[in-house]
Design a protein around this ligand. Structure first.
Ligand code: G6P
Length: 611
């Protein structure tokens, strides 16, 4: 939530910051702003997307070698120019941007108001900034020290960057709960919420840890903890190319990412799954194999699309490993009083690795003795670092706000892990293991085949784009896929959609069915197929419009469905990696047909670093 960028060095700061903000816009696009320091400290900010800020900047003095920029997902205060970041302190001396939430801001604001401070915005950020300025003034200390004192009294989450008119080359940065990466160039430094604004300039980065303060100058990076002790910056080399974060000829990131899936799934399997030797190599999982095998239960914690991947994994792990699995929304898990025993295994699934609810949920569980396995896409992210072990999904940067390639990569990793554990535990035979390993290896090619249905789905999108509601139904492994299909449609097209287990539909949603309701059946050939055919008949009997995702060679479904999308045959355990793809494309094309900004749907953000 919210993207932050900073630069100090010999380049013009504005173009670096602007480009960075565009790359981080997936994190929020309610407003955007920059502060540039060149003798004067100038702040420019605007409601709306980064492009609107850019437009607004034309004709202004953009010259500066130091600056900070922000793209906002609103928490406190409505999205408008006034609440946009950066904020200026009361004296106009300090500018600050913030990603996170200050929970005890109301009390601090009351104290500052009593001291005569005025506030120009409704944000918690401006309160923290004036609090810092007040401390600086009263203690007559450097900004760095004022920040340290203030942060010790703050409850909440933050990544903040500050620049001070009196110190024209230095950015002070700090984080707790919201991500911060610092890129190390030659005589210059780049700061950002993730590596995408940095990759173009340097591959050497430092991931700042919680409770650390960075003092960043062109040729110096000092890291300290809140106790003012120096910390050694741990330099990591980025394993990412610039092309991975650009559109590469596609109209939208979402379409590019849907079409990348044959490659991303392949990359995820590569080096791990060896069908010839019949092995799966996952060192993080191997290290904890005994603990997983002996676990009384596994809990999987996630949000959004990752939660849907977790639901598929529940079916797969219970089937292959015979270990009870519970799937929890991270936001529910962290606020109830869950029973966790020493040695319980908790799998956290997250694309960004920064989702605040998931992160805090696993931190709590870790304290209670659980073993945390992270299935994460973003390398070096907070969830990856908090986990005891895990496996990266290797899907590459996902920029489109609606998650697509991350979902299939999560399924690939979770299926490999379940196969590995199932074999070691003896709950699947060697033959079934080999058969499923081959099925997994065949998935990238089959995904290619599914993507060929794109033109057909585009036509379907035209046909159904004006529907008011959609129902998505599936059973077994395809039930979470139905949930995911409905979520994609809601996110991208703003059409109300519900996902349901196909049989449960009789207990309520069937009342919605009439000749105007499109019902998407995820009805691939599996052990539930006859049952779902009966459910299809129930919908047809009530004149619903049936769109069926079906398996090649199925002769029954076409006799019932109004529209069909045919996908290759696959074992039911791996089928969700195929059946979800037409649903991603359907949501995408409906969103485009309705003229919506599919990469940046309203009110959403990709990386939800607030609870
Ligand atoms: C947001 C995104 C979703 C994502 C969810 C969980 O809501 O818009 O696409 O599935 O967060 O994010 P994570 O990064 O933890 O998978």
């Amino acid at each position: 939530m919210c993207g932050i960028v900073g630069y100090t060095g010999p380049r013009e700061a504005y173009p670096v910051i602007l480009k960075g903000l565009k790359r981080l816009e997936y994190r929020g696009y309610d407003s955007a702003g920059v502060a540039l320091l060149d003798g004067d400290l100038n702040v420019y900010k605007k409601k709306g997307k980064v492009a609107e800020l850019e437009e607004n900047m034309i004709g202004t003095n953009m010259h500066a070698h130091i600056g900070i920029g922000h793209t906002r997902w609103a928490t406190h205060g409505e999205p408008n120019d006034r609440n946009a970041h950066p904020h200026l302190s009361q004296s106009g001396q300090i500018a600050m941007i913030h990603n996170g939430i200050i929970e005890n801001y109301a009390k601090i604001k009351k104290d500052l108001l009593a001291k005569g401070y005025n506030f120009k915005s409704d944000t918690d950020t401006e309160v923290l900034l004036n609090f810092i300025e007040d401390i600086k003034k009263n203690n007559n200390c450097p900004l760095e020290e004022a920040v340290r004192i203030a942060l010790k009294r703050i409850v909440g989450a933050y990544c903040i960057l500050l620049i001070d008119k009196d110190d024209p080359h230095t950015i002070i940065a700090a984080r707790k709960g919201s991500p911060l990466v610092i890129g190390i160039g030659k005589g210059e430094h780049f700061l950002a919420s993730d590596a995408s604004p940095i990759i173009e300039y340097t591959k050497e980065v430092v991931y700042v840890n919680d409770y650390e303060i960075a003092i960043v100058r062109p040729d110096e990076l000092i890291l300290k903890n809140l106790g003012n002790e120096n910390q050694t910056p741990f330099i990591t080399k980025l394993d990412m190319e610039l092309a991975a974060i650009e559109k590469g000829g596609y109209d939208h990131f979402m379409l590019k990412e849907i079409f990348e899936q044959p490659t991303t799934i392949y990359d995820c399997l590569r080096g791990r799954l060896d069908t010839e030797k019949s092995t799966i190599t996952m060192s993080g999982i191997q290290q904890y194999a005994d603990k997983i095998i002996n676990a009384n239960r596994i809990m999987i914690i996630a949000c959004g699309t990752s939660w849907h991947a977790a639901l598929v994994a529940e079916y797969i792990i219970e089937e292959l490993c015979r270990i009870p699995v519970e799937v929890e929304y991270a936001s529910e898990f962290r606020y109830r009083n869950p029973i966790i025993h020493e040695g319980d295994v908790i799998i956290a699934v997250s694309q960004s690795g920064e989702t605040a609810d998931t992160l805090v949920a696993i931190e709590n569980a870790k304290q209670k003795g659980a073993i945390i396995i992270g299935i994460v896409n973003a390398v070096g992210s907070s969830i990856a670092r908090v986990s005891h072990a895990g496996a990266y999904t290797h899907a590459g940067p996902e920029i489109g706000v609606a998650s697509t390639k991350a979902f299939t990569a999560q399924l690939a990793v979770l299926t490999m892990a379940a196969l590995k554990i199932g074999l070691e535990k003896g709950t699947i035979t060697k033959e079934r293991y080999q058969q499923l390993a081959q099925e997994l290896a065949d998935i990238p090619e089959k995904v290619e085949a599914v993507l060929k249905t794109d033109d057909q789905i585009k036509k379907l999108a035209e046909k159904y784009k004006d529907a008011r509601d959609f129902l998505y139904l599936g059973r077994g492994y395809n039930f979470p896929v139905a949930l995911e299909g409905a979520l994609k449609l809601k996110e991208i097209s703003y059409i109300h959609a519900e996902g349901y287990p196909a049989a449960e539909m009789k207990h309520g949603p069937i009342a919605l069915v009439d000749e105007d309701l499109p019902v998407v059946f995820v009805a691939t050939k599996d052990s539930y197929h006859e049952k779902i055919i009966s459910n299809m008949q129930e919908i047809k009997a009530r004149k619903g419009k049936v769109i069926a995702i079906m398996t090649e060679g199925d002769t029954v479904t076409p006799t019932l469905a109004d529209d069909i999308i045919v996908i290759p045959e696959a074992d039911e355990i791996v089928a969700p990696m195929l059946s979800v793809i037409p649903l991603q494309l359907l949501a995408y094309h409906i969103g485009v047909a309705k003229g919506l900004d599919v990469d940046k749907p309203r009110n959403l953000a990709k990386s939800v670093t607030v609870e």
